[in-house]
Design a protein. Sequence first.
Length: 114
Amino acid sequence: VQLQASGGGLVQPGGSLRLSCAASGIISRPNVMGWYRQVPGKQRDLVAVETTDGATSYADSVKGRFTISRDNAKNTMYLQMSSLKPEDTAVYYCYFGSRLETSWGQGTQVTVSS
């Protein structure tokens, strides 16, 4: 599975962004798609994940502000980010996992700054 992430950029604190991740290739189900983020010198941390049947999980730091969703027909996943904070600044990676494989997207930079 190949993943193509898009939608990052520079936004002011309190603003919003939507990330997209398009999956291509042979996509087995059930699977999990999600978003992780990483800042320099730190480990890659989970932001949010969603299973094929719609179960979701969020990091405590983003609950109530971020919403993950997916369009299984289009094999595309989204992360709607609202009320962004400077501490949300990171490279965001999309993730795909199934019983057969795991894949990572190339990462998209999100910078929250005034």
